[in-house]
Design a protein around this ligand. Structure first.
Ligand code: 5GP
Length: 216
């Protein structure tokens, strides 16, 4: 994937981080993503396309690009997705062009995608991908959070609970796992991961020039 990244004071260039946040829905991932984006100007959100119906309060182009099945199939056929998957009874995919544009603009990219997406992204861009999984403190708490959200029917909530158990079982496909017991400390953890990953030597590209000047 084309990358071109900001130079810092010392002329280092850095490859963008593809930062994946996964969790069962209701574990607090959207709150964490929202806070991260507000606090991290160099981070941009990848907005997925989905065939699922819009929930009350969601905004087209901000939460998702809401498309019908025919349009989704066309996007798959035209290779417009970086990854895509069936989640519940719907399809979700990450538009490729948008991610490439964000990286070219010097941003790190945040993905709210499931384990299937994390796996596919890792296959394509392994070295640039950082995968973080957020656990709920307990399944009871997850159920309580899903119910209090008030956006889904009992049937949908039960399906989400069943899927949560499956989602959690894929924890070993992640680089980091955190428990969202307390949202502030969870966000601190996520920010620490991002900060450390940004500093990784393997992402620095201007090093040889810098070392030559240093040792001239
Ligand atoms: P929701 O319908 O609650 O917004 O999302 C359901 C699940 O789909 C979440 O676990 C979310 O992370 C996942 N998801 C959202 N967008 C994508 C995507 O583009 N690709 C994949 N693989 N999963 C996605």
């Amino acid at each position: 994937m084309p990358h071109s990244i900001q130079s810092d004071l010392h002329g280092f260039r850095r490859r963008g981080v593809l930062f994946v946040l996964s969790s069962p829905s209701g574990a607090g991932k959207s709150t964490i993503a929202r806070r991260l984006l507000a606090d991290e100007p160099e981070l941009a959100m990848s907005v997925s396309a989905t065939t699922r119906p819009m929930r009350p309060g969601e905004v087209e182009g901000k939460d998702y690009h809401f498309v019908d099945l025919e349009e989704f199939r066309r996007l798959v056929a035209e290779d417009e997705f970086l990854e895509w998957a069936h989640v519940f009874n719907h399809r979700y995919g990450t538009p490729k062009g948008q991610v490439e544009a964000m990286l070219a603009a010097g941003k790190d990219v945040l993905f709210d995608i499931d384990w299937q997406g994390a796996q596919q992204l890792f296959q394509i861009s392994g070295a640039d991908v950082v995968r973080v999984f957020i656990f709920p403190p307990s399944m009871e708490e997850l159920h309580r959070r899903l119910t209090s959200r008030g956006t889904d029917t009992t049937e949908v909530i039960e399906a989400r609970m069943a899927r949560a158990a499956n989602e959690v079982s894929h924890w070993d496909g992640y680089d980091y796992v955190l428990v969202n017991d307390d949202v502030d400390s969870c966000i601190r953890g996520v920010k620490t991961i991002l900060a450390a990953e940004r500093l990784k030597r393997s992402r620095q590209q201007g090093l040889i020039g810098f070392i030559r000047r240093l040792t001239r």
